[in-house]
Ligand binder design. Structure first.
Ligand SMILES: Nc1ncnc2c1ncn2[C@@H]1O[C@H](COP(=O)(O)OP(=O)(O)OP(=O)(O)O)[C@@H](O)[C@H]1O
Length: 238
């Protein structure tokens, strides 16, 4: 799928050669790609509106089996680019190509105070088109991996910030998406959960999945296959 700053088309996603097939000498197509994306926000009230250019031709590619870090100063446009990649925000110009199902973990959890963790996973699972057994199996695995099964019957309003962050991440992972986009997913995690998160990301890489993570911590750098930096509205690989 491809869009004009549109979500993108399903094409040759790479990393999925059939045994016995003749190797394809072409480089594998990116699973997720942004090409020349521009975005400005309009601020203020007429007649005192002003335009704030945030992205000025940003390019980004994430391949199968890669964990890519998106870094940049506060306000450099990382969340804006991620929202455009998932289709939550329209770009002014440019193209987005997506070759697979996306799971998105926004910076601010989109959760419902009165629903329990189980009810969230059921609700989102049904929205993803999953059957009840698959939802239950996936939910059990996520509770075990992220260590918050004790809270499965608690309402979100009773949860700590870190447990909400675990549920937010679980919602993104529930349907086992080919492409996982995470906007500062571990800000509220304790050290044990932080380690579990990276083990989970590494498992996804081994399974040929793709992960794009907005990160602020320089110490995370060795965890990524590649780092992409946003500066002055454009991307580069430092
Ligand atoms: N809806 C909006 N309306 C107007 N300006 C916005 C809007 N959303 C973001 N901005 C501005 O766009 C710029 C980029 O914001 P964005 O959240 O994408 O940056 P970021 O790199 O993710 O920042 P941080 O590291 O602080 O999370 C900032 O100057 C921000 O104030």
């Amino acid at each position: 799928m491809s869009r004009q700053a549109r979500p993108v088309g399903v094409g040759r996603t790479g990393g999925e050669e059939r045994p016995g097939a003749t190797p394809d000498p072409r480089p594998a197509a990116a699973r997720l790609e942004a090409i020349g994306v521009t975005k400005s926000y309009r601020r203020g009230v007429w007649p005192r509106t002003r335009v704030l250019p945030v992205l000025r031709g940003a390019d980004l590619a994430v391949h199968a089996g890669e964990i890519v870090g998106l870094v940049g100063e506060n306000g450099s446009g990382k969340s804006t680019l991620m929202k455009i990649l998932v289709g939550a925000l329209a770009a002014d110009a440019g193209e987005i190509r997506v070759g697979g199902r996306i799971g998105y973990c926004p910076q601010d959890p989109v959760l419902y105070d009165r629903l329990t963790c189980d009810e969230h996973l059921e609700l989102f699972g049904v929205a993803y088109g999953m059957d009840a057994d698959t939802i239950a199996e996936s939910a059990d695995g996520l509770y075990a991996t992220l260590g918050f099964g004790n809270w499965r019957s608690s309402r979100v309003e009773e949860l700590s910030g870190g447990t909400r962050a675990k549920l937010n991440l679980s919602v993104a992972l529930l349907a086992d998406p080919e492409i996982l986009l995470l906007d500062e997913p571990y800000a509220g995690f304790d050290w044990d959960t932080y380690q579990r998160f990276w083990a989970l990301a590494a498992e996804r890489r081994s399974a040929g999945r793709s992960v794009l993570v907005i990160s602020h911590f320089v110490t995370d750098r060795e965890r990524f296959d590649r780092i992409v930096e946003l500066r002055d509205g454009q991307t580069s690989s430092p």
